[in-house]
Design a protein around this ligand. Sequence first.
Ligand SMILES: [Ca+2]
Length: 173
Amino acid sequence: MRTKIRTTLTLAIAAMVATTTLSLSTTTALASNTSHGIEACQVVLHKLKPGQETSDVAFSRCSDNPDEFRTSGWIILANLYVDADYRGRVIYLSGLDGPCDSAGYGWRDLSDIAPDGSGADNTVSSFRVLEGCTWSQMYDGVNYSGDVKYGHGNYAFIGHEMNDRMSSMILHA
Ligand SMILES: [Ca+2]
């Protein structure tokens, strides 16, 4: 009997938590499907100079609280998601040098995220672009090599040909 009451109580609490989580996830549009609690990372890039193909990561950080990055002050160039429809673990791809121009920004190796090191290589399934980063180039290989897909605007799904394959990318105006 006591066990039954406790179970009912536990279920009630679980339902409350689920409801709270649901309303939170509506606000943040993030789902938790990560291996170690990290829900978001921010990768900050230097802008490409004309003729330059490699803009190194200035710094990166990851957190289980995506809200930390919304107020970071860096310009967010794109949000990359591991699941389709802009869900799952997100990477806020950010720029140190203002919005996208015709040279834009390049991320030459999507595995390059510190400190957690798990990276985003071969995981991205959808992305949104911001700050004039209208055009994208998605590469299967690092250093902008291998199969390439030329994109325009947002992708709720980046397509079967590039899904979970992207290893480097360029964004530009
Ligand atoms: Ca790849």
